[in-house]
Design a protein around this ligand. Structure first.
Ligand SMILES: [Zn+2]
Length: 270
């Protein structure tokens, strides 16, 4: 795989040199995390509308690799199915949103708190498959305060905090897709939010609603470690509510989130 990747990079750079003969170009250090190994290299880059364009994606995808790109840190994560990442020794707090007297959204007799718990239980199972130590903030339909959820993660010194939610739109009856949120104070949280979102979209074949900075969310603000809030789909859209209730779909969402977590926590130098 490494040889294949070297070939891809060589091709990318050659193509870039050809491309940039006509456009504005500069050099930029790009970090690539390939199957958990970090490689940094200085490469010519094409700048367009202040975005750094490095043509890794097309070539890597042609080689069958999954690609996630973070523009802000110029990092590309590449992986393929031959990689078996481990989360041994890592503690991940999984937080099913709402519960007890707080139902969250409610559509068609389905409470968000119940959906969140069900998806979170699948997620815990998938993370444990990678060897992670998983701590849940609730395992039943009970009240847990927002500060209490963050306090659990801080106490166990979690490597990552994941809050599981389902979305709702009051203005768009056909809103659809996966949305993740992070706090602006943490570049690592932003990277995790991008990685988990991309992996969930890919695993569950859902639309991309983006990774967003949300400084208003208490659980993201009060946690001392990288933290991501996952909005798994829109309960306000009938077809999506149907899908969100299916155990098979919940499992796919969870497999994506667990894969994204493995990508994130296996990048030692970031
Ligand atoms: Zn919620």
């Amino acid at each position: 795989m490494k040889r294949l990747f070297s070939l891809a990079v060589a091709l990318a750079i050659t193509m870039l040199l050809m491309l940039t003969a006509a456009g504005s170009s500069s050099r930029r250090t790009v970090t690539v995390v390939l199957n958990g190994e970090t490689i940094s290299f200085d490469t010519p880059a094409y700048i367009e509308n202040n975005r750094t364009m490095v043509p890794i994606r097309a070539i890597a995808e042609a080689l069958g690799l999954e690609v996630t790109w973070d523009q802000a840190s110029a990092t590309a994560w590449l992986s393929d199915e031959s990689w078996t990442p481990s989360l041994k020794g890592r503690t991940i707090v999984v937080d099913p949103g709402h519960g007890g007297s707080a139902d969250g959204a409610s559509y068609g007799g389905v409470k968000e708190s119940d959906l969140n718990l069900s998806i979170a239980q699948h997620l815990a199972e998938e993370l444990r498959r990678y060897g992670a130590n998983v701590v849940m903030t609730r395992t039943g339909d009970q009240d847990v305060s927002l500060s209490g959820r963050a306090a659990i993660a801080n106490r166990v010194k979690a490597d990552l905090f994941l809050s599981v939610h389902c979305n709702a739109s009051l203005t768009n009856a056909s809103a659809s897709g996966i949305y993740t949120a992070y706090h602006s104070g943490s570049a690592k949280s932003r990277q995790a939010a991008i990685l988990l979102k991309d992996a969930m979209i890919s695993a569950a074949s859902q639309p991309d609603m983006g990774a967003h900075q949300r400084d208003d969310l208490a659980v993201l603000r009060l946690t001392n470690m990288p933290a991501v809030l996952l909005e798994c789909g829109f309960m306000s859209t009938p077809a999506e509510l149907e899908l969100l209730q299916q155990p098979e779909h919940q499992k796919k969402l969870s497999q994506g989130a667990a894969w994204g977590t493995a990508l994130f926590l296996n990048a030692p130098t970031l």
